[in-house]
Write a protein that binds this ligand. Structure first.
Ligand code: FAD
Length: 433
């Protein structure tokens, strides 16, 4: 099947509009975000969200019957590449993480009542959500180790556990919580998902964990990563999201599209940093020439262009495969781009920062913020090492150990076989001597 990442002229016109709109209307908000505060920010983006709705670009990740646009992953990829250029553009377009992934979970596994109560208001932008899986005391890269428990009790469930890095939980209306319901089951069938409103008694949001991204204590801000204690949290039976024991399966289905959307957004961040690198190269003069004339800087530009091009094609190819054959068929492609894309993002931002010297390190430019953002990309939705491991395992399934441990390309062994095969010819050549 031919690969096809092209898009029709009508959608290209939409992409052109998005590029101008994000640059003219969203980028300026970045510089006053802290001054605006949470309420001011929401007021500033409201008219922008309206324009996005009018253009038919709202919540593009979901199918039309769920209020989305049903674009498919290739179009989404081209769109996210533009939205990724600003941390605030996805929220203006109604497809920001973690709400976008959570809406996919609700769409996938929710009952009609759950969709009515949680999905539709989430899509309308009236509610906010968080995904609460990672725990401080167990390895998040191996969710079969989860300790948070949900126990059936009378007409409901009682949840106890300790989570952290639940992004946006301190500003969320509800949490999707992963908890072990069947500790004796197969290790991938032990956990289930629950919808837990944040104001349920026993839900204690301890803090937003200070991080490289926000290295100071603050609480209740968009983009925070909350630590949460669940203490005898009682929820009704119908809080169970999807089948009992299907938590991992649903998480896998959520993380596939979610991962590739991150990779698409990273292309936008890389491009913005790359433009800054090139601009700087043409304006900074040192040791007798512009930076643009120095081979090291030329190498940075050429290497960045090559890596970005590779990451873009790999991302679009994974997106195309998801559209053509479904998310699970594209698992290897998604894992490849998850760790490769994170590396490209890091490298391009790092070079742009270096080219700007102390200005690049300062908050007078967005590069230091991009650098911190890039570092986290190697961890969330699975650390690089786990994706590399999964790719390597899948690839190795297509190979077998050579017979007797001798490499199949071993030249003396092949020569011996070739000599036997061409014995007549070799005999004739030798007797001619
Ligand atoms: C910005 C950000 C946002 C996040 N948002 C959310 C969220 O909304 N909800 C949520 O539930 N979680 C979230 N997380 C948590 C994230 O998913 C976990 O950090 C991640 O899964 C890794 O788990 P861990 O931190 O416990 O690290 P560990 O599992 O303890 O791993 C630590 C390190 O061990 C190494 N390692 C692990 N396994 C292997 C292996 N198989 N081979 C080789 N090396 C290995 C890797 O170097 C890895 O980085 C977020 C994290 C960040 C940084």
């Amino acid at each position: 099947m031919a690969w096809d990442f092209s898009t029709e002229p009508e959608f290209q016109a939409q992409l052109d509009w998005m590029r101008d709109f994000v640059r003219a209307e969203v980028w300026p908000i970045e510089t006053v975000f802290e001054e605006l505060g949470q309420d001011g920010f929401l007021r500033a983006i409201e008219p922008l969200q309206e324009q996005v709705r009018e253009r038919g670009l709202w919540a593009a990740h979901l199918p039309p019957e769920l209020g989305g646009q049903g674009f498919g992953q290739v179009k989404l990829g081209l769109m996210h590449e533009i939205l990724g250029s600003s941390p605030f553009a996805p929220v203006v377009f109604g497809n920001q993480a973690p709400d976008s992934g959570n809406s996919e979970v609700l769409a996938l596994a929710g009952t009609d009542d759950q969709k009515e109560q949680w999905l539709h208001p989430l899509l309308a932008g009236d509610l906010r959500s968080a995904f609460s899986m990672t725990e401080p005391d167990t390895a998040g890269s191996d969710p079969t180790l989860l300790q948070t428990r949900a126990v059936e009790d009378g007409d409901g469930w009682v949840i106890n556990g300790h989570k952290w890095f639940s992004t946006n939980a301190s500003v969320a209306d509800f949490l999707i919580v992963m908890a072990v319901t069947d500790p004796e089951a197969h290790r991938y069938q032990r956990a289930s998902m629950f919808i837990v409103p944040v104001d349920t008694p026993g839900v204690r949001i301890v803090r937003d964990v200070p991080t490289m991204e926000h290295p100071y204590e603050r609480f209740g801000a968009y983009g925070g990563h909350a630590e949460i204690v669940y203490e005898d949290v009682r929820v009704p039976k119908d809080a169970l999201l999807g089948a009992r024991g299907a938590g991992f399966l649903i998480a896998q289905q959520r993380l596939g599209p979610g991962r590739i959307h991150h990779c698409m957004r990273w292309l936008g961040v890389s491009r913005r940093a790359f433009d800054m690198l090139c601009e700087r190269a043409l304006s900074r003069f040192s040791h007798g020439s512009l930076l643009a004339d120095k081979q090291t800087v030329q190498n940075w530009i050429a290497d960045s262009a090559a890596q970005m091009h590779a990451a873009r094609l790999m991302t679009l190819h994974a997106a195309w495969k998801m559209d053509a054959e479904g998310a699970s068929a594209a698992r290897q492609e998604i894992a490849l781009i998850k760790f490769y894309g994170a590396q490209v993002l890091h490298d391009v931002v790092d070079r742009a920062l270096q080219a700007h010297g102390s200005l690049g390190y300062s908050t007078d430019l967005p590069l230091e913020q991009m650098y911190r953002f890039a570092r986290a990309a190697r961890l969330y939705d699975g650390p690089d090492e786990v994706h590399r491991q999964s790719v390597a395992r899948q690839i190795l399934r297509g190979y077998e150990a050579p017979e007797g441990g001798v490499p199949s390309e071993h030249v003396p062994t092949r020569r011996e076989a070739a000599r036997a095969r061409f014995a007549d010819l070799l005999e004739a050549v030798t007797s001619n001597d």
